[in-house]
Ligand binder design. Sequence first.
Ligand code: F7E
Length: 360
Amino acid sequence: MTKTAFITGVAGQDGAYLAQFLLSKGYRVHGMVRWDSYCEPVDGLARLEALGLAGEHVTLHMGDVTDANNLNLLIRDIRPDEIYNLAGLSQVHVSFGTPGSTLQINTAGTLNVLDAVRVNGLENCVRVYQASSSEMFGKAGAPQNEETPMAPCSPYGVAKLAAYHLAKTYRESYGMYAANGILFNHESPLRGEDFVTRKITKAVAAIEAGCGGALRLGNLDSLRDWGDARDFVEGMWMILQQDEPGDYVLATGEAHSVREFVEAAFKRVGVQIVWQGAGVDEMGVDAKSGRRLVEIDPALFRPAEVHHLLGDAGKAKAELGWSPKVRFDRLVADMVDADRVIFQDKPQSERDGPTWKMAG
Ligand code: F7E
């Protein structure tokens, strides 16, 4: 029997890859997009378009997780077998500036999804995947797994932790199939340019093409467990295929610093970075030419930082049979190469356009 999936946040990196994955499994896929993406399809649906999924492949609905009635009606009409709640404010730095809307979207939004299932009486026929995050571990020591006490230190982490507990509470109180995927950082060529990996790979490609200034970054020493988003969306699906709902860490088990990511990305285009100076005066320099390629921008430091994320996905491996296929070096190379194509395809006169303007 054909299954139906409903993805909130379908226009994001994970939503687009998950839609592609579920379509390949024969699912009917419905996705929710906010009004601004819906009304400005050129930009708002760019990721779905990049994967060839716009149009008839995914049925799109205008909506918002902060609008409970809207969600109730959508879920009543679609009657999905599986809901993937991926909608959210995902930029940790931004969450310090907009803590109120972060909690509205990431916590109350999750509550609205869970409650929509309950008030429609679908507790026994819908499975809900909640996009939980390694940011919930915050200051907890590494490595982190499902048993690690959580100590979030950003509004984003706090909001996600509350949503994680809501999913567990609905599971335990109403017998709902609600499962948390606690995902460590996962990246791809579709990653937004306000996240550090994509910001770096796009800047490196721009510099190689001769049209980029120095890359300005914040904390170079934070350690992240970076995987490939395409591996991780498969894990999301696997989580919902278990007989009993549970909570699972998905991670590569390998941590690298932002500094290492910078070095690997430049290495891909044949540039060796050497570091000079210290603190806010530190800079990354091309070992051959002496050109300054990386600078520190104190405005990019966060009020509180998660220093070391390193996931232990042993439970997912043992129970789901999930393990990531893509490792750090290949991820960096794939992302740099995808950004190089953007610059190769553009004549010099168009390279200053908004499509590659650096953000974040
Ligand atoms: O930062 C440092 C920054 O913004 C990574 C989201 O998907 O993963 C992501 O959250 C690190 C941090 O990701 C810049 O301080 C230095 O230590 O790429 P990011 P994130 O905050 O780890 C988790 C699992 C999620 O759930 C989130 O939704 O890089 N960093 N310089 C910088 N970060 C940014 N964005 N920009 C910089 O210029």
